[in-house]
Ligand binder design. Structure first.
Ligand SMILES: [Zn+2]
Length: 681
């Protein structure tokens, strides 16, 4: 599905161009960009992967009749399943549907709805055994007047009196609304084949997933459109879109010579524009096929409709496009990429939704790269980064809902897309794209969870990438880097600071650094892994400038160096600075710097202690080995300290105190420095 920016854009388009209240009437009283958000928060099933359900769903066959003058419909859903354990009842999903008859292998069965769980129970009147194949046929109707949320209609219907060229009916199910338009097992980890026979008044086109097997004129003013998705498909990707469409078509020929039709179902006024756009779609399919493996399905179709609260939805082989974005390359490339990432390989749970959306979002950038090369990719990613410090980007990419974000929040679109770019930077193109292909091959026609992607990347890279996934996928935030450098003949001394919140990870990252000297430059590959890290690098000349991550692979912010010893770039010395503020009450900050000792990053032992005027130790502020660098530590006079007032813990009284820094070099010699500070309560 298109991301939040798309939806915000759509929202403004609707406000500018059309009045939402006219578009939506009483049907959707709360139109907002976040309307979809939130409704997916359903109770998680006990075990969320590999299916807690006692069956494998093999196929769905839907026979649906749409009257196309109201939102009424009736249908028959035939499910075939194979049992994984012995059962005497089955739980399936349905909401707002009247189940007229339920038959299992031809025998009528009783059911009990469980509306709180949006499901129903079928009683089998006896035990069916592991390995049995069951055929469940349910005749049903949409319950009129059922209080569906406006954003969870499942099936949406609009009359042409709203200003469209024709009446329009369509389904929209992500993440958990398929159950509003057909009885099913409505979870992303479960897939089956699907046959869709859709009867509409003759003159209407009813588009759906997979191949068109044919149309049948029923001789009673109706026509049945017969579609079959022979590839595995999960319920939220099934769809019906019906209106008086014109159809444009263009063949795409695969590398092995197979022809796959590209189709665009649009209203007649739009058909010239969308037909002219199909060659671009064909180019996109070819580009993604080259990157991700051949296009995996039997057709790629798009429908263009309005009103529709999103800019696109990646129904398998039949993306629903918003009429406003029907030729928008960003949206079209995003939804097309979902055919691989989301449809062929589906997120195993909604916690893993980034496996759909981050991949589709990064694919937008890959399409741009295919047009304009690396500079286009770099600038596209930089543009995406411009808004990154806001809102949900601060969260982890994994499990947005568990963190209180919306399922379709920016954290799984822009941030997750950026993290994939960062992963590509770490792995290099060869390993990155081989990983994508191995992931596709391993989980094609299935669903995958995050750790399964990680395992594939591990195996292709020959490395345990846990460090990467832990900080970038399961951890919040991003690194905020600052740097400081100095040069002495033949040596560049570079300090890299990580200044992000302490509650965010300390990032372990390979960082490329480029030192510019006149018209030439020298690159260094560094492994940065602590909050303050010093590197000594061979460099023959004084650099004019130093740039971290010059090619822009890392999701990051560059911030100013820590303020302290002035902005000059002189080599670090052993220094203890005057506390600030001074006098103080009740807290003050002490800064100091440590010079290089031996190998870069290998520190020497440092203590910083506070004494009262009688020479008693109040507290130890620092007592550890530290690398060269500049540091700051705060002293809080409110805290209770021992060793005062006859050994009892106490906070600190007004008066003069001393603070003493000692520095033991690796050779054993010790430097120290003392300053005074005044506490005035
Ligand atoms: Zn999407």
């Amino acid at each position: 599905m298109g991301n939040l920016l798309h939806r915000l854009l759509l929202h403004s388009l609707l406000i500018i161009g059309l009045c939402p209240s006219i578009l939506w009437g009483q049907r959707s009283p709360s139109f907002s960009s976040s309307e979809k958000d939130g409704h997916f928060i359903l109770p998680e099933r006990a075990s969320f992967y590999e299916g807690p359900q006692p069956f494998d769903m093999l196929s769905y066959k839907l026979d649906v009749s749409l009257v196309m003058v109201s939102d009424a419909f009736q249908g028959k859903c035939t499910m075939t399943m194979r049992l994984k354990s012995n059962v005497d009842s089955l739980v399936l999903d349905a909401v707002g549907l009247l189940l007229d008859t339920v038959r299992v292998d031809g025998v009528p069965k009783t059911t009990r709805p469980d509306s709180a769980a949006e499901s129903f129970i079928i009683y089998l009147n006896g035990t069916r055994n592991t390995g049995d194949t069951l055929r469940i046929a349910i005749s049903y109707r949409r319950a009129l007047g059922y209080p569906r949320p406006s954003s969870r209609q499942g099936y949406y219907f609009f009359l042409d009196t709203l200003g469209m060229p024709a009446n329009l009916g369509y389904t929209f199910s992500e993440p958990s609304d398929a159950r509003f338009w057909f009885p099913c097992y409505d979870e992303p980890w479960e897939k089956a084949t699907a046959e869709m026979n859709i009867t509409v008044p003759t003159g209407y086109v009813a588009a759906s997933n997979g191949k068109l097997l044919g149309t049948t004129n029923n001789g009673n003013g109706t026509t049945t459109w017969r579609w079959r998705e022979g590839h595995q498909i999960t319920t939220y990707l099934m769809c019906i879109t019906a209106s008086r469409f014109a159809v444009s078509s263009l063949p795409y020929v695969t590398a092995t010579g197979d022809t796959i039709p590209l189709q665009y179902f649009t209203w007649l006024p739009d058909s010239a524009a969308t037909a002219n756009f199909l060659p671009t779609v064909r180019q996109m399919v070819g580009q993604y096929a080259a990157l991700f493996g051949e296009y995996p399905f039997d057709k790629y179709g798009m429908t263009s409709i309005v009103p529709f609260v999103y800019l696109g939805m990646e129904h398998q082989t039949l993306t629903t496009m918003n009429r406003y974005s029907q030729t928008d390359q960003r949206v079209v490339s995003h939804e097309l990429a979902h055919q691989w990432w989301g449809d062929l390989v589906t997120c195993g749970t909604w916690r893993d939704v980034w496996l759909n959306e981050s991949f589709a979002t990064y694919s937008e950038a890959l399409w741009r790269e295919s047009l304009g090369g690396f500079p286009a990719l770099k600038s596209y990613m930089r543009d995406t980064l411009n808004g990154f410090q806001y809102g949900s980007w601060q969260g982890a990419v994994y499990d947005p809902v568990g963190q209180g974000f919306n399922l379709f929040d920016q954290v799984v679109y822009s941030k997750g897309g950026w993290v994939l770019h960062t992963l590509r930077g770490v792995l290099g193109d060869s390993v990155f794209f081989r990983s994508l292909n191995a992931y596709r091959q391993r989980y094609a026609s299935k669903s995958a969870i995050t750790n399964e992607l990680k395992a594939v990347v591990d195996s292709v890279a020959g490395l345990d990438m846990g460090w990467f996934f832990n900080q970038w996928i399961f951890g919040p935030g991003w690194p905020k880097y600052a740097s400081r450098y100095s040069w002495t003949p033949d040596t560049l001394t570079l300090t890299i600071y990580q200044q992000q919140s302490p509650s965010w990870p300390t990032y372990k990252m390979p960082i490329k650094v480029r030192a510019y000297v006149g018209s030439s430059s020298t690159a260094f590959a560094l492994w940065d892994s602590v909050r303050t890290q010093v590197f000594r690098l061979p460099l023959a000349s004084m650099p004019d400038s130093i740039v971290l991550d010059p090619d822009g692979w890392i999701l990051k912010q560059i911030v100013s160096p820590p303020s302290s010893v002035g902005e000059d770039e002189r080599p670090l010395a052993f220094q203890l600075f005057q506390n600030y503020p001074n006098p103080f009450n009740p807290t003050t900050t002490v800064r100091y710097s440590l010079p290089l000792q031996g190998r870069a990053g290998v520190g020497s032992f440092v203590t910083l202690k506070v004494y009262d005027i009688l020479g008693r130790e109040v507290t130890t502020l620092v007592n550890e080995a530290k690398p060269a660098g500049e540091y700051a530590v705060s002293f809080d006079a409110r805290l209770p300290y021992g060793n005062l007032r006859g050994g009892q813990a106490s906070n600190v009284a007004s008066g003069l105190y001393f603070y003493r820094l000692t520095f033991t070099e690796s050779g054993g010699s010790t430097l120290s420095s003392v300053k005074a500070m005044l506490l005035l309560r």
